[in-house]
Design a protein around this ligand. Structure first.
Ligand SMILES: Cc1ncc(COP(=O)(O)O)c(C=O)c1O
Length: 439
């Protein structure tokens, strides 16, 4: 083994990245502060994506940095199984205090993907714990993103994330997605048309029978597929149908959680409370990997039976509630609370919306949509070369000092919740310039 090997770009097989393209012309960040990254060639790049939808309080926040520093010197690690440490309990208590009513128990994980697996396993196990073990089916949705593990890609609906990986989980079905360009293009906020798509759940239930279905999982606002805002009344309808049939409703709030929509959670924004709520990303401001899965009391309580010395739920991770992550999570919640960030998006949403929709008449733009502090500009793909046009926009924006995210031919924007109006102006002006110059 050559431990003095020189640094090279080949060793790291990068995730969800065009590796060969990147390594020919790398884009490297070396530091970050508040709204900006600094590149290895010394340029400032505005972060219009909160990293990967996670740095909701902006970068290099002193309270979070200090909490991690202190925790590292105080208690670096404690076993997650059969032992505890105070910060994990403190964070869990803080989280349930701010969560929608009834979601009073939290399990910790290390990512959105692990949170998804935790939620799906909990749903199936809950029915079994209640003596209803025939409920094993899981219903996801087309275009859904629920991370990259097997459960998540099975209920997910993004084709490239699924097609390479064999048969996936059995017993899974999918609702149709809600993207309807013909009826809803250029909607500001919640689209008018499509609530009836929730009725497809009744069709799926008719096919499989409710007695076989454990849970329905959706992102309240689908993020990674390109920001699909649910039609008016859609989530309410899903909730009603699940209740009618004894099916659990799971919200994957990995993106929508912690203020993205201008409310603490999408459940608050839409007034629809799920039975299980999946979060990650903004939980620690993206600084230390961590996820949290909130469950309703009755789900938790269904497991709290049998002899007290026996483990109630055979699930968890070495790093569940890790001290460093817990410290970061507590400091993040304090930062959000001190600065009012979980609701700040509501104040800025109108300005952000106006800015985004001012791009409407630029070349290739076929839709613009938004909610809270998240939005998308959908471009007409180049014939026969899907994704090329938006990827070019991403590269051009980066050259002009703006970090955007693209998925397919859709540009997604989700700046940190500390964003100022002048930052929004910069984002819109720069993106406008990029779009005007695109082929
Ligand atoms: C809705 C949703 N669920 C799950 C995940 C997976 O999270 P992670 O990448 O932390 O595993 C993501 C990531 O973007 C997400 O947007």
């Amino acid at each position: 083994m050559n431990i003095s090997a020189t640094n090279n770009l080949e060793a790291f097989w990068m995730p969800f990245t065009a590796n060969r393209q990147f390594k020919k012309n790398p884009r490297m960040f070396v530091s970050a502060d508040r709204m900006h990254y600094t590149t290895s060639d010394g340029r400032q790049v505005m972060d219009a994506t909160s990293g990967l939808w996670c740095v909701n309080a902006g970068h290099n926040r002193p309270r979070i940095v200090e909490a991690i520093r202190q925790q590292a010197g105080e208690l670096d690690y404690a076993p997650a199984f059969q032992m505890g440490h105070p910060k994990a309990f403190e964070l869990a208590s803080k989280l349930v205090a701010m969560s929608p009513t009834g979601l009073d128990h939290v399990m910790f994980t290390n990512s959105g993907s692990e949170s998804v697996e935790t939620a799906l396993k909990t749903a199936i196990a809950y029915h079994r714990a209640k003596g209803d073990g025939s409920r094993f089916r899981l219903i996801g949705r087309e275009r859904g993103y629920h991370g990259v593990n097997f459960g998540g890609i099975s209920v997910g609906g993004i084709v490239p994330n699924r097609k390479m990986f064999g048969t996936l989980l059995t017993g899974v079905d999918h609702l149709p997605h809600t993207h309807d360009l013909q009826r809803n293009a250029f909607t500001r906020g919640i689209p008018e048309h499509g609530a009836e798509l929730a009725n497809e759940l009744e069709r799926i239930i008719g096919l499989h029978d409710a007695s076989t279905i454990a849970a329905v999982i959706v992102e309240p606002v689908a993020g990674s597929t390109g920001v699909l805002v649910p039609p008016k009344g859609y989530l309410q309808k899903l909730r009603e149908i699940c209740d009618k049939h004894g099916i659990l409703l799971i919200f994957d709030e990995v993106i929508t959680g912690y203020g993205r929509l201008g409310a603490p959670f999408a459940a608050d924004y839409f007034g629809v409370v799920p039975d299980i709520m999946i979060t990650a990303k903004g939980l620690t401001n993206g600084v230390i990997p961590m996820g949290a899965v909130f469950v309703k009391n009755e789900i938790h309580d269904a497991f709290m039976t049998g002899p007290e010395h026996v483990i109630e739920f055979f699930h968890g991770y070495t790093y569940s509630g890790n001290p460093m992550a817990s410290a970061a999570g507590i400091a993040t919640m304090e930062t959000y609370q001190e600065e009012g960030l979980l609701t700040r998006g509501a104040e800025l949403a109108g300005y952000f919306e106006d800015g985004l929709h001012s791009l409407k008449d630029l070349p290739h733009v076929i839709d613009i949509r938004n909610i809270g502090i998240v939005g998308a500009v959908e471009l007409e793909p180049i014939a026969g070369e899907p994704t090329r046009r938006a990827f070019q926009a991403f590269l051009d924006a980066y050259d002009k000092g703006l970090l955007i995210r693209t998925t397919g031919d859709i540009i997604a924007l989700s700046p940190p919740l500390i964003v100022e109006k002048s930052d929004i102006d910069f984002i819109i002006d720069t993106l406008g310039g990029v779009l005007k110059a695109l082929d």
